[in-house]
Design a protein. Structure first.
Length: 559
């Protein structure tokens, strides 16, 4: 992925498309989002779904070729719009402007000339907070130059006129280099570039042998001088510098090149990120890959601009409205319209802006800098007080559709995964089940203490997708944390009817059907392993997956 993205970046191609979700089986959007978010941060900005169209029949679960199944036969096919909209929003944003990176790794001249795929990976490894690309000798020889600030610039294209630039060029781990490549390095360093790598000693080619080796040694003497990579680690030549034997952290520190992104603290699973830039806007995509909420004091290498938080899950924006003549009208998490842009907290310092981010489990946001910041070095966001109104306890009536192997309905005194049921029809159920409950809403809930207060329904944990109706009125759908919906306009004082339709994916039913005789199976084709595949499945059989409403459901009041 990184190699393809790098090729697109340095050759000025705006799109990086991938065959997406090639492995796997029947995953839900909650799982697919985490995978997609990671590859988005590796340079991908267009997803091409694997095996989405090969469905000649309408028998469930459909064609189970290798790959994650995203087609009309999956359980959530008619509920896919929010996930597809999320992917579209992220892809659109990551197609704006051009990527930003500090490190360029030169690929070796030999064959195959490619980045490492295994072993210890990329060496030396890029320090945390710095992005990178690979460049080949074609780009180095024909499309690079050095700017006044010492950055190595690559010529842009008609499709992506904003050229790439890098603070540091990292040489491949070899002591062989052709005179042509070394001559270009000689030119770049003389003009002010910074290069890191071991001194080359000979040419890998027999062209012009043995004179080529002598040329390499002469050019290397200019660039590396008397360095040995142990006691002597840097050598200046012209306006630039060559380093050998130092870590990239140390080199970047000597260059006073701070990280482009920093999490502000040590996390076991820090957010992944990517940075793009247009003429007047910096766009950072930050994704929490942890299976739990995190707080990050994120520091961005941007100054003089106020941040906005753009949430691709729902299209909402919070942040500065400086330099905007008309406040935007935005969608909140329930799809309701809300006026204006809510302020976002941030702190400015020389060359940087720190933005506190509270990210839900696997949540991702864009942090966008495009408007002039306030004169004050710190802006505090208004507190968002939250009051718990009630926790909804059992019993719950749960109904199942006919011909899906489950009983017509069951009573659940406490919310738990369907897989914990003693009834095999519930344990192995895949599809959509409906939870219903009556609740009493005191009149006091509807007397807001302050203007703008809303009532939210927090579903706790959901596996995998939930659609909610209050008194027959749809209030929205949730498929990833935070599982929260605005019910202000639907809830009323007194008696209310709550209806929650929850959909999981096919895996549990596939496992259950393999335990039944052919005549008793729910699905026409249970497949081999849980992942489907060529008769025997792709990968190891999957275990039963948690399904349904899994935690406390609460009603909250929030301003």
């Amino acid at each position: 992925m990184r190699g393809a993205a790098s090729a697109a970046h340095v050759y000025g191609k705006p799109l990086v498309a991938t065959e997406t979700f090639t492995g796997g089986g029947y995953e839900a959007p909650y799982t697919l989002k985490k995978i997609a978010d990671y590859w988005f941060t590796q340079g991908v900005n267009r997803l091409v779904f694997h095996t989405s169209a090969e469905q000649p029949l309408d028998t469930k679960p459909g064609n189970t070729m290798v790959g994650t199944h995203i087609n009309r036969n999956i359980t959530w096919a008619e509920l896919a719009k929010p996930f597809m909209t999320y992917v579209a929003r992220v892809s659109y944003m990551l197609q704006q402007g051009s990527p930003t990176a500090d490190l360029a790794y030169l690929l070796p001249e030999g064959a195959p000339s490619t980045m490492p795929f295994w072993g210890d990976g990329l060496q030396p490894a890029p320090p945390r907070g710095y992005d990178y690309d690979y460049i080949n000798t074609d780009i180095l020889l024909h499309r690079t130059s050095v700017a006044a600030d010492g950055r190595i610039h690559i010529e842009g294209s008609a499709e992506m006129p904003d050229s790439m630039s890098y603070r540091l060029l990292v040489l491949p781990p070899t002591i062989q280099m052709t005179p042509e490549v070394l001559g270009k390095l000689h030119e770049l360093v003389a003009a002010g570039a910074t290069v890191v790598g071991e001194r080359p000693q000979s040419s890998p080619s027999l062209l012009r042998y043995p004179n080529a080796d002598a040329e390499v040694r002469a050019l290397a003497m200019d660039l590396w001088g008397d360095m040995d990579g142990v006691t002597l680690n840097q050598h200046g030549f012209g306006k630039g510098m060559v380093y050998w034997g130092l870590t990239l952290d140390e080199v970047l520190s000597r260059l006073k090149a701070a990280p482009d992104f920093a999490a502000g603290q040590t996390l076991d699973d820090p957010p992944v990120w990517v940075h793009r830039r247009t003429n007047d806007t910096d766009i950072y995509f930050v994704a929490n890959q942890a299976d739990g909420p995190v707080h990050v004091d994120a520091r961005f290498r941007v100054s003089g601009k106020a941040p906005q938080i753009w949430r691709p899950m729902d299209g909402s924006i919070s942040g500065s409205v400086a330099a905007q003549s008309t406040p935007a009208r935005l969608e909140d998490r329930s799809g309701n319209r809300q006026p204006g842009i809510q302020p976002a907290a941030y702190t400015s310092q020389a060359g940087f802006t720190t933005v506190p981010l509270d990210l839900a489990e696997r949540e991702s946001v864009f942090v966008v800098f495009r408007n002039a910041s306030a004169a004050t070095p710190a802006v505090a966001a208004p507190a968002v007080p939250e009051t718990k109104l009630a926790t909804l306890t059992g019993p719950w009536a749960v109904s199942f559709p006919p011909n899906f192997g489950a009983p017509p309905s069951v009573r659940m005194d406490k919310l738990a995964s369907w897989t914990e049921s003693a009834d095999p029809g519930v344990m192995y159920f895949s599809g959509t089940a409906t939870y219903t409950k009556s609740l009493q809403a005191p009149a006091a809930w509807f007397k807001p203490v302050k203007p703008g207060e809303r009532i939210y329904l927090d579903l706790g944990r959901v596996r995998d997708i939930a659609e909610v109706k209050v008194n027959g009125k749809p209030v929205g759908m949730v498929w990833a944390p935070p599982y929260r919906l605005d019910v202000t306009g639907a809830l009323k004082p007194g008696a209310n009817r709550l209806e929650i339709q929850v959909t999981n994916q096919w895996t549990n039913r596939l496992i259950g059907d393999r335990l039944l005789s052919v005549a008793s199976r729910v699905l026409a084709q249970p497949g081999g392993a849980a992942g489907g595949g060529f008769g025997g499945g792709f990968g190891a059989p999957q275990p039963l997956g948690e399904s349904g409403l899994l935690g406390d459901i609460t009603l909250l009041r929030e301003r």
